[in-house]
Design a protein around this ligand. Structure first.
Ligand code: GLU
Length: 498
């Protein structure tokens, strides 16, 4: 019997998402339940958006939660490399194979031509898709143009009619008409593979037997299935997991709910409780109990008990469950966990240089710097009363700063300052006019240690969260304002950001 092998294949393009941890947990449980292996592969073929920092954050977030993998870029294994950016040669070989077999073809169409075709199709109310123009080129002509170095992509052929049956472990057979599928680009003009090719090739070469991924991938499943068929490979079992949702049922998004695992770590959630909560997303123990450990989940795991109704990720429920966990800890352990959270030497060392010169006794530290050890702050609207700015301008400053900081990739004091400065300059204000608002939102008081240092130390998650809380307290942005401010954000460009 073949060993069960599952994987997650996150793209390192942002904060480590709770959705990644959720899918990882279910893949891990499935593999362990069958005595199999769980692999971590980094899908970093999007060179512009992928970063090593984000990759590291994925490892840290999963490890914090207690999720371990058997093979991966950082732990090695017999099927490496596990980072797609290091597997370029492999994809090229398989893409060539598809072209040779006539399942894929080079496409030389310019962006202008593709745009025009799309516009015409839309005008005729058709689904926009590639019109097959280059598919009809004689193979030797296509070869000649490739050899001459003409820019091109490689597209896969797809049937133009009929139905593709996707066998989903949760839904049974799902039927998707072929006419909804585009002739997917497999290799981009820069010679890098797209998700479709790289994902299929790697899942095959890495011996993956079961693919549990988010249901947002279900509509594109036919293309993957076709690729397995073209290569003559056995297709792994497919399982499309329900997507996590905000309490209002919309797809979990950071505009409405913090989605970064690190946010929950900084807020003082216990990793075991967080993992337990993720295990409750669409799944339940046979006895319906709420609180369980990872090992208990593995012991009782049955993928068929995943329910398809969109599981709601709700911070209040998570807090309730976390409370259960905290109260049941032996008190010594509780104290140890608190230390680990924020009373550890490393965190204290970041704060110490900023408080040392401002206190006469240690007992003054808590009133001065307690906000370093808090999540949301008890804020009063009066804190944001401003001599020069009216209510709407105050909200505008907070919103624009929040958006700027959401786009900031490297969380460093200078760059944070750059963002705030860019907003101030755009609104023709001085930095000192906007700083009191930052103090109020971040520290919950009108003065404290340097707020820019505080933002750096608190990190992106808590800083953004507090700005959002402040904005919400003051009434948020009306639809009209949000539109106007988004336009302003766009016209500010990338100033300060990066
Ligand atoms: N790289 C894809 C992602 O980031 C992987 C999806 C899959 O599991 O196939 O979600």
């Amino acid at each position: 019997m073949t060993t069960v092998r599952t994987r997650i294949a996150p793209s390192p393009t942002g904060d480590p998402h709770v959705g990644t941890a959720y899918i990882a947990l279910f893949n891990l449980c499935f593999a362990r339940q069958h005595g199999g292996q769980f692999i971590l592969r980094i899908e970093d073929t999007d060179q512009l958006r992928s970063t090593r920092e984000s990759e590291q954050q994925i490892y840290d977030a999963l490890r914090w939660l207690g999720i371990e993998w058997d093979e991966g870029p950082d732990v090695g294994g017999p099927h490496g490399p596990y980072r797609q950016s290091e597997r370029g040669e492999i994809y090229k070989r398989y893409s060539d194979e598809l072209v040779e077999k006539g399942h894929a073809f080079p496409c030389f169409c310019s962006a202008e031509r593709l745009n025009q075709v799309r516009a015409e199709q839309q005008a005729r109310k058709e689904t926009p898709r590639y019109d097959g123009h280059c598919m009809h080129l004689a193979p030797d002509e296509a070869q000649r143009r490739v050899a001459a170095g003409e820019p091109h992509v490689i597209r896969m052929k797809v049937p133009s009619e009929g139905i593709c049956t996707v066998p989903d472990m949760l839904r049974g057979d799902v039927e998707i008409p072929w006419d909804r599928m585009d002739m997917q680009v497999l290799m981009k003009a820069d010679g890098l593979p797209t998700y479709f090719l790289a994902n299929v090739v790697d899942d095959h070469l890495m011996g993956i037997t079961h693919v549990l991924r988010g249901e947002e991938w279900l509509p594109s499943a036919p293309k993957l299935i076709k690729l397995y068929e073209y290569f003559g490979w056995e297709q792994p079992a497919l399982c499309y997991m329900p997507l996590l949702r905000n309490p209002d049922k919309s797809k979990l998004s950071k505009r409405k709910n913090p989605t970064s695992v690190t946010f929950y770590e900084r807020m003082g959630f216990l990793p075991q409780a967080m993992l337990n909560y993720l295990g409750r997303m669409g799944w339940s123990m046979p006895d319906e109990r709420e609180k369980f450990t990872l090992n208990e989940m593995i012991e009782q795991f049955d993928i068929q008990r995943v329910s398809l109704g969109g599981p709601i990720f709700d911070m209040e429920k998570l807090s309730w469950l976390n409370g259960q966990w905290l109260r049941e800890l032996p008190v010594e352990q509780f104290a140890v966990e608190v230390q680990k959270w924020a009373l550890n030497p490393e965190y204290l060392m970041k704060i110490a240089p900023h408080v040392q010169g401002r206190v006469e006794t240690f007992s003054q530290i808590a009133p001065l710097a307690g906000f370093f050890f808090s999540g949301a702050l008890p804020l009063e609207p009066s804190l944001f009363a401003h001599k020069k700015l009216d209510d709407a301008q105050v909200r505008q400053v907070l919103q624009l700063t929040l958006w700027k900081l959401e786009a900031l990739r490297q969380w460093e004091k200078e760059r944070i300052t750059g963002c705030i400065q860019a907003v101030a300059e755009y609104l023709e204000l001085k930095l000192r006019d906007v700083m009191p608002l930052m103090f109020a939102a971040i520290a919950g008081q009108t003065s404290s240690v340097s707020v820019l240092d505080a933002m750096e130390i608190l990190g992106p998650d808590l800083t953004r969260y507090r700005l959002r809380m402040a904005l919400e307290l003051l009434g948020g942005a009306s639809k009209k304002e949000a539109k106007e401010w988004e336009r302003q954000l766009a016209s500010m460009g990338n100033q300060g950001v990066r």
